[in-house]
Design a protein around this ligand. Structure first.
Ligand SMILES: Cc1cc2nc3c(=O)[nH]c(=O)nc-3n(C[C@H](O)[C@H](O)[C@H](O)COP(=O)(O)O)c2cc1C
Length: 464
């Protein structure tokens, strides 16, 4: 659960409970930089960096971002560069270190398995992020929001610290354009010392149809180890419905029978799969096992537990709303610049409502969801519908694409307490996402308690 909701603490807690704890892989470079600027009060980030295999890079990162005692609340975070096809070395090392630190901390002190989750749609940082996670010994890589055909080979190459490439989707690109992303781990190497071979993590693409699973098995450039089968009630981004997009009277995408995954056919592929989206109950788990799944992937239930990275204020508000029967999740068809439907929890004080969002000054300064496009001079430009409308238009963006879009990058960082402070002193506001199961999270509360832990969730799911 990105950004930082499945932080290392939650992944570690789940993993020590004997399950697969998965950290969010999105924007870990900025998360690392902001944790350091908040003074890294418990020293976890600095401890992880002290174990980063490239000590000089770690020292440069500390020099750039660490602020003893933390920045003043009304001061902005220092900007880090945005990713591009030619990301500067400073950003690449931050990106590798961000993934490394998250996985290192999630794995520290126990032998349970740990995974990391990426969105294929966020392509620019994929390679350095994968390498950083592998340096820390990640056991599983999960990837959704796209068709990750070209990930397996990169994993195989990084095992031996070899360079890897990844195709960047560039709107209007033409044959002969250079649209490859390249990452060479040797760029980080600081002396002649050989790095030991790494472990090849298991690779689990997140799919929403049997056809997609089959395509991955047949056409991926290496081994696919299983699937997460995610349905439209899951939190975060959802796959769009098949066929022409139809909206309900409330304005949500309408899903139908065609969107159900054919599990009988999926079973025939012979690979393990886990069901995600509305399965976070003991019955959901048993039903999944009976359908031949290896287990379930659960988000919403964990998003609001004590170990999740979500700002404690929002956990409390949402939990109260859920208990009062007032929790409301809206599947927004266009809020996300990715173009995928995105689940928005309607919470007062957040950016869930359009009229509140329109008060925000448009700015795109994190840029993870920027679209790469071909400029007239054949170079690659980057644009996001959350940037100022005039900038978007000057980059050839259609005015109709601005409607309803939200700046998820800034809002999702605000969700975990790292919202940017703007020149006018205003802080970026949160935008919470959750699955439809939000209405039921109260069931995890122990009697008389006002919060619950990952252990409470796992115990309930296992029927204890
Ligand atoms: C707060 C939140 C953030 C999420 N972020 C991501 C993400 O970054 N990448 C992803 O593949 N899935 C993401 N998801 C989906 C979860 O990984 C999981 O598949 C889903 O929540 C399972 O359904 P459930 O919420 O009904 O348990 C997110 C879910 C939530 C609740």
């Amino acid at each position: 659960m990105g950004v930082g909701v499945s932080g290392w603490r939650l992944a570690r807690a789940v993993s020590t409970l004997g399950q697969l704890g998965v950290t969010a892989g999105t924007a870990l470079d900025v998360v690392l930089a902001r944790r350091l600027q908040d003074g890294d009060p418990e020293g976890h980030v600095r401890r992880a960096l002290s174990r980063f295999p490239f000590p000089r890079a770690a020292a440069r990162i500390l020099e750039r971002y660490y602020l003893e005692g933390g920045k003043a609340a009304d001061q902005p975070y220092r900007a880090s560069p945005m990713h591009s096809q030619a990301s500067p070395p400073e950003l690449l090392e931050l990106c590798v270190a961000g993934s490394f630190a998250e996985v290192f901390l999630a794995r520290e002190g126990h032998g349970g398995p740990v995974g990391i989750n990426f969105l294929e749609k966020i392509q620019l940082p994929i390679l350095p992020s994968l390498y950083g996670a592998m340096l820390a010994g990640v056991d599983y890589v999960l990837m959704g929001a796209g068709i990750p055909l070209k990930v397996p080979l990169a994993l195989d190459q990084f095992v031996n610290h070899e360079p890897a490439t990844y195709p960047l989707n560039v709107t209007n690109s033409q044959e002969g354009d250079d649209t490859l992303l390249r990452f060479d781990p040797r760029a980080l190497r600081e002396d002649d010392a050989e790095l030991p071979p790494l472990k090849r993590p298991f690779f689990l693409p997140i799919i929403s149809s049997y056809t997609l699973a089959l395509t991955l098995v047949r056409k991926a450039n290496g081994r696919v180890d299983g699937f997460i089968v995610e349905g439209p009630t899951a939190g975060g981004h959802n796959a769009p419905p098949r066929g022409r997009l139809q909206l309900s009277a409330l304005g949500e995408p309408v899903y139908g029978e065609r969107d159900a995954v054919d599990l009988a056919k999926l079973r025939e592929l012979g690979l393990p799969f886990w069901l995600a989206g509305g399965h976070g109950t003991a019955e959901g788990l048993n039903g999944a096992l009976a359908a031949g799944a290896a287990g379930i992937q659960v988000g919403t239930a964990f998003a609001f537990c004590e170990e999740s990275g979500l700002d404690a204020r929002y956990k409390e508000i949402v939990l109260k709303m859920s208990l009062a029967g007032a929790a409301n999740v809206f599947t927004h068809p266009v809020a996300s610049p990715t173009g995928f439907p995105f689940k928005v929890a309607r919470v007062e004080g957040s950016l869930s409502e359009e009229e509140d969002y329109l008060l925000r000054t448009r700015v795109c300064d994190l840029g993870y969801l920027r679209e790469a496009y071909r400029r007239d001079d054949a170079t690659i430009g980057y644009r996001c519908p959350s940037e100022p409308a005039a900038t978007w238009a000057a980059k050839g963006g259609a005015a109709s694409d601005l409607e309803g879009r939200r700046c998820l990058c800034n809002a999702l960082l605000a969700n975990i307490g790292h919202g940017q402070v703007r020149k006018d002193g205003l802080q970026e506001k949160p935008l919470l996402t959750s699955g439809d199961d939000l209405v039921q999270i109260g069931r995890f509360l122990p009697r008389g308690a006002s919060s619950y832990t990952a252990k409470d969730v796992v115990s309930k799911l296992l029927g204890a």
